[in-house]
Design a protein around this ligand. Structure first.
Ligand SMILES: [Zn+2]
Length: 210
């Protein structure tokens, strides 16, 4: 039985071609993507992000293991050492299709930041209701574009009318969120300092898997 180096389970952030965070994978999976030339490495150096292809990164690792061994985690074999990247970026869009967020109450509240979309006030989740912008009785459907958070008062005032009929205005046009509101990721260890720039939006919640 062979034992894989422990570092291969380390987490690596995956960006799509447009630099949006889409997944967290194991280093093992990241190296497979790199070996297949499906991704490049993004490294934080000082305050700058630098792109490296796998071959350059491998060569650089030879130098870095002597110059700055503390800066990286390493995979060491008798023949070579390679620094484990913390971020890789896919060259193509279709490798991991973006996960579409599920249309449910929780995700609508998250999209609207718990703000009543009519009066703009923030409420606790239990004090909010879901409002069909175009009411069901008038043919309104169940969709991201037609469902918003509303407080009890605004919902009652609007009743079975459209905003125009009720002379009420939405504070924002409802849309499908561009990124999943799935599980949020805690970025703690120093190694993942480099992830922060890609995770600073509340919607940049990436799915954790291998
Ligand atoms: Zn309200």
């Amino acid at each position: 039985m062979t034992t894989l180096p422990a570092g291969l389970n380390q987490q690596v952030l995956v960006l799509n071609k447009a630099y949006a965070a889409i997944r967290v994978v194991s280093a093992r999976r990241a190296f497979i993507l790199l070996a297949k030339h499906a991704a490049e490495i993004i490294a934080l150096e000082g305050e700058r992000y630098i792109n490296y292809d796998f071959a350059t990164w491998t060569e650089l690792s030879e130098l870095q293991q002597h110059l700055e061994p503390e800066e990286h985690s390493w995979i060491r074999t008798p023949r070579f050492s390679i620094a484990i990247p913390t971020i890789v970026r896919l060259f193509r869009y279709d490798k991991f299709p973006a996960i579409r967020p599920t249309l449910n109450r929780r995700n609508i509240y998250a999209r609207d930041h718990n703000l009543c979309q009519y009066c703009g006030t923030r409420f606790a989740t239990r004090e909010l209701t879901l409002d069909h912008v175009v009411p069901r009785v008038q043919g309104g459907v169940h969709s991201w574009e037609n469902l918003v958070c509303a407080c009890v008062d605004c919902n009652r005032r609007k009743g079975g009318r459209t905003p125009r009929q009720a002379r009420m205005q939405l504070i924002k046009t409802p849309r499908e969120p561009s990124r999943p509101t799935a599980r949020s990721l805690r970025v703690g260890p120093r190694t993942y300092r480099s992830w922060r720039a890609f995770l600073n939006d509340a919607y940049w919640n990436v799915e954790l898997n291998d």
